[in-house]
Design a binder for this molecule. Structure first.
Ligand SMILES: [Zn+2]
Length: 473
């Protein structure tokens, strides 16, 4: 802990107001908790500033609903004559489809000339951005890339923009770009990207990726990427200055630390996105500006749609991560990697268990003082106002007060630590897995009974006694 003493003290974090989307793969940020003193920097980063996995809509995934097919509308017909409009839509779709196919093939083959031939020669600045996209895909360890023409809407482009583009026709297409990272992704990431197209002298070109403002933007559209492979990790960075080898090493170590608790039967691979700015992080997550102001990192499934098994990423928030120091980052990465190993993005486990478990694993890796982590909680316990139940989901909401959050996290961590202490760590892991893999509404009660041989009620009173003992030590 010595290295932390020289680090700057973070001020009390502001409340964040995350958008909890109905889309199940959206990340649910863990809002910040109590402000901290020097000694508590690493703790607060793990406890307060670590962002969590997506728990929303878990049941859709677990009940094996078929993936939602594209919700994009069919091409809008603008002509007064339906036949003419339909004909034009078919023409655009055919031209756009083959254009996209050529681009994707060129990227995979490393055929710069063929890629450039698909770009509008009159598109000005777009040439440089398109080149950056090409370079980014060549930098990523790409196993596959597909660009699928999904729909279009000629009216989505303002008239002035269409006039500026010129040509016989200019339009905005919604394109599903799917790509898979070699050695890391079992399934491709699929994201919708608006692509402007123009037909001039019978030839169609791609003219922009950014004519339509979207809250979510793929990482390869946000700037120049650098990539660093660790032994089992992959760092994808938009930050030109960061030492990526350090990040890769830390992630490899987090994978090892998590495996010591969860075993080695998970994929044991982590892909980490390191944006250069907080705004870039929000674009990757599809979140409004300011949502993640104090969040160090988020574990999220990278996807637009409800599909189980899509690749999961840890996405860092550079301003917060930079303040964390090596020790703080170690806790952050171990916490987030635990979410990945425990499949938290597609889990229906209660939040107290998901977060308590991740903190349990993360805090094992460093020497932290229980009193410092649980200061607010122990204060309540000593005043006779300790928790009457395990923390409910509302206690983890971003709108909850800092103190309530601090109490919820510390209490959940100590609940998991109590299970590990009284029953052994393997039982804690089994307990988590039982709850995770069960689809029964009584999953939690069943796990208390079947794995721990107790009841939830009995466990809660054991936990309350444990908190009292720790608080009064
Ligand atoms: Zn978490």
């Amino acid at each position: 802990m010595s290295e932390e003493r020289d680090l700057p003290v973070l001020s009390a974090p502001a409340e964040v107001a995350p958008e909890v989307s109905a889309v199940p793969v959206e990340p649910v940020p863990e809002p910040p908790r109590a402000s901290m003193r020097r000694r508590r920097l690493a703790i607060a980063l793990a406890v307060g500033l670590v962002a969590g996995a997506g728990y929303v809509g878990v049941h859709q995934v677990r009940s094996e609903q078929p993936p939602v097919t594209s919700t994009s509308p069919a091409p809008t017909i603008t002509s007064t004559s339906p036949d003419v409009g339909a004909e034009a839509a078919v023409r655009r779709s055919a031209a756009g489809g083959s254009l996209l196919q050529r681009m994707a093939s060129a990227i995979l083959a490393g055929d710069q000339n063929s890629f450039s031939a698909a770009l509008d020669p009159r598109a000005g600045d777009f040439g440089a951005q398109a080149q950056q996209v090409y370079d980014n895909f060549r930098t990523l360890p790409l196993a596959s890339i597909v660009m699928r023409y999904v729909s279009d809407d000629p009216d989505a482009l303002p008239l002035a923009r269409r006039r500026a583009l010129g040509g016989s026709e200019a339009w905005l297409a919604q394109v599903e770009v799917s790509w898979r990272l070699r050695d890391f992704d079992e399934q491709p990431v699929r994201l919708m990207v608006p692509v402007t197209m123009v037909t001039r002298d019978g030839t169609s070109y791609v003219a922009s990726f950014t004519d339509q403002d979207t809250s979510r933007r793929p990482v390869w559209l946000l700037g120049t990427l650098r990539v660093q492979r660790g032994e089992r990790s992959l760092v994808v960075s938009l930050d030109p200055n960061a030492d990526l080898t350090v990040y890769a090493h830390q992630l490899d170590r987090a994978i090892e630390d998590v495996s010591k608790v969860l075993g080695r039967k998970w994929r044991r691979q982590v892909v980490f996105y390191l944006p250069r700015t907080e705004r870039q992080m929000e674009y990757v997550l599809g979140a409004p500006a300011g949502t993640y102001a104090r969040i160090a990192a988020v574990t999220t499934a990278e996807a637009d749609e409800r599909v189980a098994g899509v690749p999961v990423r840890i996405v860092g928030n550079p301003p917060v991560l930079n303040k964390a120091g090596l020790q703080g980052r170690r806790i952050v990465f171990t916490h987030e990697t635990t979410h990945i190993a425990a499949n938290a993005t597609v889990s229906g486990v209660p939040l107290w268990l998901a977060e308590g478990f991740a903190d349990y694993v993360a805090f094992k890796t460093v020497d932290v003082s229980t009193d410092a982590v649980a200061k607010d909680l122990f204060g309540l316990v000593r005043a006779g106002k300790g928790p009457k139940a395990l923390a409910d989901p509302a206690s983890f909401a971003a709108t909850a007060s800092e103190r309530r959050l601090a109490v919820a996290y510390a209490g959940s961590w100590l609940a998991c630590r109590l299970i590990a202490t009284d029953y052994g760590e393997p039982k804690l892991v089994r307990f988590y897995r039982e709850v995770h893999s069960s689809s029964s509404p009584s999953a939690l009660d069943d796990a208390f009974h079947d794995v721990l041989g107790t009841s939830q009620q009995q466990f809660v009173s054991d936990w309350q006694r444990y908190l009292k003992r720790l608080a009064n030590d």
